[in-house]
Ligand binder design. Structure first.
Ligand code: ZN
Length: 146
């Protein structure tokens, strides 16, 4: 597990977008009300309506056709389902108080917090986001071609 970085920049060593996955706002992913917010969000979704079509940044495989753009961070999207992706059940993360991704050795480490699983492009294994414990995808390393 040595190769897993300990911050939000899960796919490269670039440091130019420190703001990219700061979750300290009302839409924070470790919010205790996340369940209700997700439910509300699902209700608002209309079939066929999406903020963008998302694609893998490396191989351009389309990975999501219905998503909601983050209200503050334009590079982040939330989705109820994805395509052509693989979930890594053995790569668990949580988010610390600063909103940075922190790798977890075991789900038992934080029984009272949400656990996130890494989401990879199935074709090229690029890390494109995470899957939360409620079954919602948070995609932040993707291209848009809406
Ligand atoms: Zn790919």
């Amino acid at each position: 597990m040595d190769d897993i970085p300990n911050n939000h920049q899960i796919n490269s060593s670039d440091s130019e977008d420190e703001q990219a996955y700061n979750l300290e706002d009302e839409d924070t992913m470790y919010d205790e009300q996340a369940d209700e917010k997700n439910a509300e969000w699902v209700k608002k979704q209309h079939p066929g309506a999406t903020d963008a079509v998302l694609a893998c940044p490396l191989c351009f495989t389309q990975v999501c056709f219905v998503c909601q753009q983050h209200t503050k961070y334009s590079g982040q999207y939330r989705a109820a389902s994805v395509e052509h992706c693989r979930i890594c059940d053995d790569q668990l993360y949580t988010f610390n108080k600063r909103g940075l991704m922190v790798p977890l050795a075991s789900e038992k480490d934080i029984p009272n917090q949400n656990v996130y699983r890494l989401v990879l492009c199935r074709k090229c294994n690029t890390k494109i986001g995470v899957l939360d414990s409620d079954g919602f995808y948070h995609l932040f390393h993707v291209l848009t071609n809406s």
